[in-house]
Design a protein around this ligand. Structure first.
Ligand code: NAG
Ligand code: NAG
Ligand code: NAG
Ligand code: NAG
Ligand code: NAG
Length: 470
């Protein structure tokens, strides 16, 4: 078999050379695309090999699924990459396989079908107990994967267009039996890369890695109308070892929302999000946060590091949202280097976030919020410096803020800090913080802590790979 294959390859190569020698224009169809990835692939195919038509009208759900199913035979033989050429590729939900790369050409757009039938209905996530839009199941995401290893979604800035208005209208009209699909969701998977693509108008969340580990999201642009419902950018949910860098997000909800399950369901599933680094994020989200921790955090959130965060017209910087009944913890959060322009609250913590999965949550399950560090922050045109509201009888502890210069808007609130049920320390913060943050100042010389060790996910290097179109 190997011999026959290499024979075919030789013939193709020869005919290529011959054609070339005759001076025919073949360069177009033999283009090579270079990209960087955690792993390169031994086998390649194009969606057109599976009957795909990029005219924006032909439905390609079956073409994508049969391409992936066919290429899954190479999982244990160097893996495969599926190329999506320039064109508009209308498709419903399809599932990926292991050791697989989906590569979108810069002029390729995956257009999400506006047809409920094109999305399988899945059970509610075990750590949530119900869907977010509806109590029942949830539509599978456009690009979906579960129980996979080594999956890459990349390109030279190709696009996935969720055509979300169809879904937003149904959502606002209360017409959905199931929760809206996300654009990309990978569940129970290990070693994931999502890079160099643009996502627009998602029906709901954009990128949702859940119960997964070793994830890199890099160079992704996410755009949705600032009033579109729940169009969160990137939601690492019960994930370990995640690196999100060089992303640019404009959306109707939190640019990055770190989660780990909801109330009693999240507590019993018990899978935290930990070892997460977010760097060089640019965010515009007038009604939400640049980075939110929660509100679903019932599996716990720990060791989150955020640096070089820029936000324009965003409601708050790094926000903590939680409630009685959530249980678990948010601890060891480190933020350094934020530049914020036009903002309601630079610092925002909310202990009474209302939404619950159902009425069976445990009123004794109090979240433990501790070790929240912010340093080196410059903010301009701010309405209120901080609004920090812990939980009565369960104060948020170990809050540290250092070297923060906040310039207030002309029409700022009279009270610049509103604090309740919080404890912490500050140094070099202007305007002067609330008295509750006036704790002992020991260990404050170097400012608030930011860990100096390197996370495992930061040691992962990307290799140079290529796709040769033929
Ligand atoms: C995926 O893995 C999870 C957790 O290990 C398991 O519960 C589930 O049954 C698996 N699903 C499939 C489709 O294999
Ligand atoms: C991917 O984006 C990075 C910046 O995040 C850029 O340096 C690189 O050239 C891009 N690669 C491709 C194939 O477009
Ligand atoms: C990718 O495309 C988006 C949308 O057209 C654009 O805003 C962004 O600047 C592009 N990114 C790169 C790295 O070219
Ligand atoms: C304070 O923060 C600013 C802005 O990030 C930074 O340029 C400066 O070096 C910081 N100062 C100290 C003493 O760390
Ligand atoms: C300051 O913020 C207000 C909203 O609070 C906005 O209307 C105004 O344009 C901003 N000014 C600048 C200079 O960005």
């Amino acid at each position: 078999m190997k011999n026959i294959l290499s024979c075919i390859v030789t013939i193709i190569t020869l005919s290529f050379l011959t054609t070339n020698a005759q001076g025919r224009k073949v360069s177009q169809s033999y283009e090579t695309y270079e990209y960087t990835a955690i792993t390169c692939r031994s086998h390649s195919a194009s969606i057109t090999d599976f009957g795909g038509v990029g005219d924006g009208k032909t439905l390609n759900t079956k073409a994508f699924q049969s391409a992936v199913d066919h290429l899954s035979q190479y999982s244990s033989d160097g893996g495969a990459q599926l190329f999506v050429p320039a064109g508009k590729w209308l498709t419903g939900s399809f599932s990926l396989t292991s050791h697989f790369t989906l590569f979108l050409h810069k002029d390729a757009t995956l257009l999400a079908a506006q047809d409920l039938e094109e999305y399988l209905v899945l059970k509610a996530l075990p750590s949530y107990g119900r869907g977010r839009d509806a109590a029942g199941g949830r539509f599978a995401s456009l690009v979906f994967g579960t129980n996979l290893s080594d999956v890459i979604i990349t390109g030279n800035n190709g696009t996935i267009d969720g055509q979300g208005s169809f879904w937003w209208q149904k959502f606002h009209g209360g017409k959905l039996k199931y929760t809206r699909p996300y654009l990309i969701e990978l569940m129970f998977s290990d070693t994931i890369q999502i890079s160099n693509i643009t996502l627009i108008d998602s029906p709901s969340w954009n990128i949702h890695p859940v119960y997964s580990s070793n994830i890199i999201v890099k160079g992704v642009t996410i755009i949705a109308p600032v009033k579109s419902p729940n169009t969160d950018g990137i939601n690492p949910d019960s994930c370990t070892n995640t690196r999100i860098e060089d992303c640019y997000i404009i959306s109707g909800d939190d640019c990055v929302a770190v989660k780990s399950g909801w109330d009693e369901y999240g507590i019993s599933f018990g899978m935290p999000t930990k070892h997460l680094i977010i760097r060089r994020l640019t965010c515009i989200s007038p009604y939400s946060a640049a980075i939110a921790l929660g509100s679903e955090m019932s599996g716990g959130i720990e060791d989150v590091r955020a640096e070089e965060i820029t936000a324009y017209q965003t409601e708050s910087g790094v926000r903590i949202k939680t409630a009685v009944g959530r249980g678990a913890f948010v601890r060891n959060v480190y933020v350094r280097g934020m530049r914020l322009h036009t903002m309601k609250w630079v610092f925002w913590m909310t202990g009474n976030y209302k939404a619950h999965a159902d009425s069976h949550y445990d009123p004794h399950a109090l979240p433990e919020i501790t070790g929240i560090n912010y340093r080196d922050i410059v903010a301009e045109n701010v309405s209120m410096a901080g609004r920090l509201e812990g939980i009565s009888g369960d104060p948020f502890k170990g809050i540290c803020i250092s070297n923060a210069t906040i310039s207030m808007a002309v029409k700022h609130k009279k009270v610049m800090w509103m604090c309740s049920d919080v404890e912490g320390v500050t140094s070099g913060v202007d305007p002067k913080p609330c008295d509750l943050l006036d704790g002992k100042q020991e260990k404050m010389d170097g400012g608030c802590e930011f860990p100096s060790d390197v996370l495992e996910i930061d040691n992962v290097e990307l290799k140079s790979c290529s796709y040769q179109m033929n």
